[in-house]
Design a binder for this molecule. Sequence first.
Ligand code: FES
Ligand code: FE
Length: 440
Amino acid sequence: MIDIEGIPADLEKGLLPSHVFNDPQIHRLELERLFTRAWCFLGHESEIPANGDYVVRTIGEDPFILVRDEKGVVRVLLDACRHRGTRVCRVEKGNASNFRCPYHGWTYSNSGDLVGAPAINTAYRGLDRSKWGLIPAARVESVHGLVFASLDEAAPPLEDYLGGMKWYLDLIFGLSSGGLEVVGEPNRFVLDANWKIGADNFSGDDYHTVFLHKSMWDVGTITIPPVANMQGYHVHAGPGHSVTFSVAGDPDEPGPTFWGYDPAVVETFDPANVTPEQFELARRSRITVGTVFPNLSFIVAPLTEDSTKPPTGLISLRQWQPRGAGRMEIWNWVLVWKGVSQEIKERAYASSIGTFGPAGLFEQDDTEPWQSITQMSGTQYGRAIGMKLNYQMGHEPSGIGFVKEIKDFPGPGKVYAPRYEEGVQLNFYRRWAAYLNGEA
Ligand code: FES
Ligand code: FE
């Protein structure tokens, strides 16, 4: 029996029931009430640059075709034939003017219209083709080339949904007028862990970095000293959206600036694209990690693919796709700034794959405890006694930690420093509980 209504009260005490990471009923509610209503990330516009280009993605566990149609309009279409429901798209990416169902041959244009069917005039006299096209997602919008869709016609505009998070996305994804592009293919792998654990971690679990990832410092993958790396801010940026910045304590403290990007990349950043406050925060940033509710995360960091080389700045997008109560598919995109040299792009790609790819050094560290959490979450005894997990770091009523609210921070949201703080995760779970309770 699940007690969704009781969860908001637990969250106010910094507690989370342990069973939420492996519960078939919660998983069902997430598909029914969350993924059908939130704005979910599908892909980056640079993955489908030409008319007819498409990739297959999912919202929750439902397959969708993300396609640029003949007129250049980006569309998100449910990959299900209107005749019997067969999937009409059989490869994960390509270029096509039409999608033809393999079962009986109904054929749809890349804008989703039903354009023909075998023996249509004999078999379907009077069929109104305009009523039998592929079903589009109710809403599609993009920000900085990131395409999102919502299956809820009544969802707020994407910008309203993002709230204060938009300010932070602007300073991360909007610095260069040329914009970003995906390099290589997004890589993905299936893990026996619940999707929320990844979203939770990227909401701002900096606490694990100095312990679990200690070897990253030992081998020189990351050079910011561990204690200094806890300096910075936790931002409850908008409803459910959190972001964490590692920044120098003193604005002029030496160390990576602009996330360690190569000077040739930094030259492409135009202060006119953002406010002076955003530009200054970007300048001071060493590592930035965040989660756009529900399941898109990002990391901007100075990492290296080879400890004999200096760190290079990179952006990775991570997505945590549910695949059952205790399983997820992790997606990883590498973004590079357009117009920089091939060498810089290749270094960013290699650094990202070597750290957050399926065999990446960070990923190998994280995935083991994430599977362990999921296994524990399904245990009978924990459920029977109502075991709760501790998310109290830095906040009352626990009194643990010494976190301070920063009132004069230039960006929106509630902001805390230093980064020994778990309100960023509570911010995620409050929104999650609101969706599951049908309130969001
Ligand atoms: Fe697609 Fe019949 S199921 S044409
Ligand atoms: Fe980690």
